[in-house]
Design a protein around this ligand. Structure first.
Ligand SMILES: [Zn+2]
Length: 392
């Protein structure tokens, strides 16, 4: 095995992959579900370097670890955050939790999203480096947050508890690009209720599928209007996607219920209420006019967008770190959503950054390039070193 494949970061990543931490929303298999095992491993690893641990436990099986190092009255605070959960493993073409290193790649579930970026950051946090940072007045918090792959619930809880910092590096596979903005996401589940009847006499019932078709057409008109109103110069327009629909009983029955799941992406300047309030009044009107009997509107997720200005010190420092380690810095925005959304509420500057490609995330043969993994570690090391030098 070539030397780089035995490097510290590869060995650590293999340990992380070998601890199943599938988001329970992505599996029915209790043996691989939940994040607490990985959080405990992270806690032990960081405590070994002198970090002090705090926990946010949502249940026996789920929770986040918050590891802190540095002065109690810091002149600067930074958060390094990685989500501990992965997506499910159904249909994977490789053993998900038995990491293999082959042809310069580490394979396994989470290798890229986001245990690879997590390992790169953990290795960058060497004992000597964190001592230097502490001496310079920098307090570091390493956060392993649960529940990112379905609703950012771990990050939301921490932000609600006030966890924040001057700078936050959200570790995700960005191919070492600096992601300084992404849209917010509002996910809703909407059920319309009508009335069952035999289809030989549709007028005796109330067809919930027809009502939903009407509502979806109205939503399309709304998004076109919203796109004209809210186009963001960095992130583009808001979007709407009806991603799942379910309804009806049989071909010869007037359907009494229809459910749809909608993903509405939010740009800065919009609030979830800007979408929800008109929708609710439309639904009330449909009820009033007798086109539905009732409705339920459930919010699955409401995540805010984030933008850090490209001239912010964090962005500038990361660009310098990339250049110093031989990479042409790339600044970009993302169509996907991450824990940066919640953390932007409590952290002054936030970027999403890490080795690995989002194209390999969630795939059946997920992997990360060892070269890129190590490059990610070097960039983070360089950034932390400039931070220590600049702050002290
Ligand atoms: Zn991720």
């Amino acid at each position: 095995m070539p030397a780089i494949e035995q490097s510290e970061v590869v060995q650590l990543l293999r340990q992380l992959i070998a601890i199943p931490s599938v988001n329970p929303g992505h599996t029915d298999d209790a043996a691989i579900a939940n994040e607490i095992r990985l959080a405990e491993f992270l806690g032990t690893h960081l405590a070994g370097k002198g970090f002090e641990l705090a926990w946010d436990r949502a249940s026996e099986e789920r929770g986040s670890v918050i590891a802190t190092y540095g002065p109690a009255n810091p002149s600067k605070t930074i958060v390094l955050e990685a989500h501990t959960d992965t997506v499910g493993v159904k249909g994977m073409a490789i053993p998900p939790f038995e990491p293999t290193v082959e042809n310069g790649r580490v394979h396994g579930r989470g290798s890229c999203d986001t245990k690879g970026p997590m390992a790169a950051a953990l290795c960058a946090l060497s004992k000597e480096r964190i001592e230097r940072l502490a001496a310079a007045g920098v307090q570091i918090q390493f956060v392993g947050a649960f529940g990112e792959e379905k609703g950012n619930i771990g990050a939301d809880r921490l932000v609600d508890q006030g966890l924040g910092a001057d700078m936050a590096l959200i570790l995700e596979p960005t191919e070492l690009s600096i992601v300084y903005a992404h849209k917010g996401a509002l996910w809703v589940e909407l059920t319309l209720s009508g009335e069952l009847a035999h289809s030989s006499n549709p007028a005796s019932g109330l067809n919930a599928i027809n009502a939903m078709a009407e509502l979806l057409a109205w939503l399309q008109e709304q998004i076109v209007a919203d796109q004209a109103k809210h186009r963001d110069s960095t992130l583009g327009p808001p979007t709407l996607n009806a991603g799942r629909i379910e309804g009806g009983v049989a071909i010869n029955i007037v359907p009494h219920q229809c459910t749809v799941e909608i993903d509405r992406r939010i740009v800065p300047g919009e609030e979830p209420e800007d979408f929800l309030r008109p929708l609710e009044s439309r639904l009330e009107a449909m009820k009033h006019e007798g086109r539905i009997r009732a409705y339920t509107l459930k919010i699955i997720k409401a995540g805010m967008p984030f933008i850090t200005q490209p001239d912010a010190p964090l962005v500038q420092q990361l660009q310098a770190a990339l250049r110093a380690t031989g990479h042409e810095p790339k600044l970009t925005t993302a169509a996907w959503f991450s824990d940066a959304g919640p953390f932007a509420q409590t952290c002054k500057e936030v970027v999403v950054f890490g080795p690995g490609s989002i194209a390999q995330a969630h795939t059946k043969d997920e992997f990360i390039e060892v070269e890129e993994l190590m490059a990610g570690q070097r960039v983070i090391e360089h950034w932390l070193d400039t931070l220590a030098a600049a702050t002290g």
